[in-house]
Design a protein around this ligand. Sequence first.
Ligand code: PGA
Ligand code: ZN
Length: 421
Amino acid sequence: MATIRSITAREVLDSRGNPTVEAELQTDDGTFRSMVPSGASAGVHEALELRDGGSRYMGKGVKKAVGNVNKIIAPRLIGMEISDQRSVDKVMIELDGTENKSRLGANAILPVSMCVCRAGAASEGLWLYEYIRAMGGFGDSVLPVPQLNIINGGRHAGQENDIQEHMIMPVGVKNFAEAIQMASETYHSLKSLLKERFGARGTLIGDEGGFVPPIDNVRDRLELVIKAIEKAGYSTREIKFALDPASSEFFYDGVYRIGEQEMQSGEMVDFYTDLVSSYPIISLEDGMAEDDWDGWIELTKKLGSKIQIVGDDLLVTNTKRIQRAIDLRAANSVLIKPNQIGTISETLDAIKMAYKAGWTAVVSHRSGETEDSFIADLVVGATTGQSKFGAPARSDRNAKYNRLLRIEEHLGTRSKYGGTI
Ligand code: PGA
Ligand code: ZN
């Protein structure tokens, strides 16, 4: 049993060089630090990320959020019992008092919520993943099948009107360490193919560590990834594809626009159906825009029995939107990003709601990340079986993969790999 002795926050930098919030919490067991990530293609229904505006850091400063932790959140939480995550989160939700955490900012609330979880784990002498598993009442810990974004596009690469993420999923392996090896070898094979074809400029990378080659057609990009898989000595039996078009970014007044091509909702669904019949795609995230509910329903009807249909901007880790999608059969999987909703309790609620409906859940990073590896413990503890943490490159991404390697070792023979996909 431990209580909160102090909480402070500071402004630090994320992987894109933008300010973000780090919170620091003390109990008798020690000091616990947590940082929040930040999206570039954020959904309009997400909890609010509070930015200062003005000229400092191009308006992206987070001094207001830092001040909210120090002056509003800390005084209320000091003395509270660390093991009661839900009560602490509830106090912060009530202090904020808005639907989307716009008064204090999700970037003020979440790092404190994460620190409370870390301190709770320490007070019981548990690894963070073990503590999350126990707190949520989840089953056996599972190492995730990673979705690795090896070709970046769209907003993550300074481009418009194109597919954002081309991911590989090593499904045909026994454990996570093998999956990462396979992914890394494929990543490096892709790099050498790109260098052969385009020279050094073909190997430039985007926000999530994947390459940004000058190839303007999704089919040509996927063909090249297949070549990379084969060059690395594998096949599409063991390595499947996942796509995140992040289509809200190319949806204008009811029309989807990819390059020069303009498509209505139904045509967009046909576009994906063709892609899925040509390539080993097993997961499609944000194929439709965040408020195109009819489009989502049509997509799920057409492809939902064959592949995973993941809602990110559509659902924003929010149980109200997830419930609506369950009722409408508008998806069959939810992307889980803690900073879309703002507390750990609500994040776990979203995961549980998905499970109850027979859906899958994929725990995800943001394009702007930090060295904080909380989500690695979250994915194992919440037993979702799938992660989305970027390419196997750049330390903001590899902080998560390296943590998963440590967890796999810690679990030893109790370790399980793989999702329900
Ligand atoms: P974001 O993108 O972190 O830039 O919002 C990630 C995603 O769309 O999944
Ligand atoms: Zn997404």
